[in-house]
Design a protein around this ligand. Sequence first.
Ligand code: FPP
Length: 249
Amino acid sequence: MTTDAGELLERVRAGGPVPRHVAIIMDGNGRWARERHLPRPLGHRAGMQAVRETVEASIAAGVGVLTLFAFSEENWNRPRTEIGALMGLLEEYIGRETEELRGNGVEVRALGDLTRLQPPAREALDRLIDATRGGTKLLLNLAISYSSRAEIARAARRLAEDVVQGRLALEDVDEDALALRLYTAGLPDPDLLVRTSGEQRVSNFLLWQIAYTELFITPVLWPDFSRLHLYEAILAYQGRERRFGRVTA
Ligand code: FPP
């Protein structure tokens, strides 16, 4: 770790509460590749390294939950070659990182419609989830084939089923009941949402869960995102006043 990162980490530790849950929209792999006249998959490959560094930095900072938007349902509309490259990278990441993630106490879960994954990617993901179950240092949520509206619609359908089947009274359909049927059931909402590459959108990511989340948008393209940038985002978060719709104390 460079001195700069060490210093920033000290400031993070001294700077107040560390966000319990950080969510990241990892954007800009394609632009990173284009700037270098490289094919897009090489941007995603460089992005994979940034994932590894961000996981390590999150553990060092004491973040409890890290949710990464790796592949949206809308991404299924990308060219087949790019989808193939992304799924291949996911399998490669799992092949390379499972032991280290397990050794570092990371528990991995997946959020999204995994039924759409091809068997090799699905099986690799299942193995990773099995191998890391019970890790206590960091919960790493990989949002894959994920869309927030689809997640909310699925939760609504499950609520309706529970009412129709008599497992839930209509009067008990409330925010908590819906939240319990999301992929993130039981987890704290993100305190901090980071988006890279400067785009000012939430792109169908955790729409329910980010109601009061602090947003941090950085122009840095995802493959260039380093531990320094994560610590900068956390420091910015620590400087925010969170009111949750109330007035200042
Ligand atoms: C957005 O960049 C990024 C993605 C669609 C994929 C994210 C994937 C990775 C970071 C690598 C693999 C991840 C794991 C967990 C192993 P973009 O392609 O939309 O970039 P652009 O907007 O510049 O075109």
